[in-house]
Design a protein around this ligand. Structure first.
Ligand SMILES: [Zn+2]
Ligand SMILES: [Zn+2]
Length: 190
């Protein structure tokens, strides 16, 4: 038996959205994303502070327009030097939500389905948590770098090259990129 999800702060009832719109703001604790994603998706990132969410709702006909902002600080590990670092996340987004019934509309629509980006709601309660989670996941860098110029770790000795250069490069210096030219004697003009 499927239990209906417990409505939380990110749920809004359709009739709450009046002509002048509806505003909702809330904070989620740093563990909220991992808890809410369950096994659907794992994220390689933590949160250094609460996640602040602001949402504005407007209704035109049956369509609900949601504009939102998300602000927090990500806790990441650099893929090059393996040091932890933080990165501010600030996302702004908007979605058009259509009632579930509209999904089954005949295909004679003028706009091709793929170009018509919309999400759907069913019933009279809209749960924004999936959209907020989607936005957060989209903003987590796939290959986090503490900075673009991160030098990473030496493959040979494991030294953190951001702190100081190691001696490995010196040892390799004997293999100069020009060594191939060593035996090259320019053809002499006669
Ligand atoms: Zn780094
Ligand atoms: Zn080294």
């Amino acid at each position: 038996m499927k239990r209906p999800r417990k409505p939380d702060e990110l749920c809004v009832a359709l009739d709450e959205i009046s002509g002048s719109g509806h505003h909702l703001s809330c904070r989620k604790h740093p563990g909220w994303v991992a808890e809410s994603l369950h096994e659907e998706k794992s994220i390689d990132c933590g949160f250094a502070e609460d996640i602040r969410i602001g949402l504005d709702f407007f209704k035109t006909g049956k369509t609900v327009i949601v504009r939102g902002t998300i602000a927090t600080t990500l806790q990441l590990r650099c893929v090059r030097c393996l040091e932890d670092f933080t990165l501010p996340l600030a996302a702004a987004f908007s979605y058009n939500l259509l009632p579930e019934e509209e999904r089954e509309l005949p295909q004679e629509m003028e706009i091709p389905r793929e170009e018509f980006e919309a999400s759907y709601y069913s019933g009279t309660l809209i749960d924004l948590a999936p959209l907020v989670l989607e936005q957060i996941v989209l903003h987590i860098p796939m290959h986090p770098l503490c900075r673009d110029s991160c030098r990473g770790i030496c493959q040979h000795c494991g030294a953190d090259l951001n702190r100081a250069p190691c001696r490995c490069a010196d040892d390799e210096g004997t293999v100069s990129p020009f060594s191939a030219l060593k035996n090259f004697t320019p053809k002499q003009k006669t």
